[in-house]
Ligand binder design. Sequence first.
Ligand code: NI
Length: 405
Amino acid sequence: MGLSPLEVKEKIKNLSWENKDKYVEWRRHIHMYPELSGQEVETAKFVADKLREIGVDTVIENFGGTTAVVGLIKGKHDITVALRADMDALPMQEKRDVPYKSRVPNVMHSCGHDAHTAILLGAADVLVKMKDHLQGNVKLIFQPCEERMDCDGAKKLIKEGVLENPKVSAIFGVHMFPELPIGKVGTRIGNFMASADIFRVKIKGKGSHASRPHMGVDPILIASQTINSLHHIVSRKVDPLHPAVLTVGKISGGFAENIIPDEVEFAGTVRTFDMELRKQIPKWMEHTIWGTTLSYGGAYEFEYTEGTPPVINDEKTTKFAISMMRDLLGKDAVVELEHPSMGGEDFGEYLLHVPGTFIRLGIRNEEKGITAPLHSSLFDIDEDVIPIGVSVMSYLAFKWVEEHA
Ligand code: NI
């Protein structure tokens, strides 16, 4: 017996809210035992155990030699949608005093990946309970290492075939968002989050006594001129209609007031949405660094590392997501976000290969004191977002395979 569209919606909503306590408990467990990027061993074990308990058809641990867990719920037809959650925490001390406070010193889930993981587990639970009516497959991707570039995140999983076998036709992911109040969800078509690349520059001069600058080559002066010039790239070289950010976030060098050092190092990040611009900016940077350094008689090293690509939400999947979320949560609950963010997120890697949509879930609640931004030591969520997220992810997956079967 098939369910009517109204019955599907009500059932998914009811299951998500009836099991709220259980899903919140999962979130709190993960929150108490956070693990850093690339080290999500216990979290992955917890996830795999829960997926088996729930009755997910296939559970693969250590996918592609990483700590990723990939599950598959099999539906009636040969169409597959993927849902993705990230699992890693950040190297910082939690300062908010709650019973589920991090038990691990200097490690904290301050980006809400604990909630993302619990929400995806909840969605797996709901979808398995709806399996008799599920028209296609749902792939569950529990991804490690979203927060860092130096371990294996989305890119590695894709290389190892996470979007194949069965082939994924669309992907959806969610993220906690303190700028929206609890009960609201937001997304937008197109530019959503920027690419996030990093660079490192070493300026080499010649050390000397501070009182005899003519006998040396001052790398501090060259570095300051270079940084100054680099900041002109966005304002003078980049088309003002294309957003870009170049920030120097770190500088080090020197020993004392009376010494001109041999070298100075600085590092920073470049953000944009435009793939052409992303290729061009490092070339302009090197010209600037080369020219400035040369004019003072110094030398340089320049390293530019491509990080995550921009998150560009596909038009079709995003229109689908917006209309489904309006149907599920009510018209007013869904916000079409006016602006993208210059933040980075490796969900963009998946979107280079498969259409999909990234969604922000509101978590702010002044009455409960939930106002801290992401990556703050006081970060927390209104846990009502867990059943909301579970219902959103389940509903998107269920309806996507139904409409495309
Ligand atoms: Ni995050």
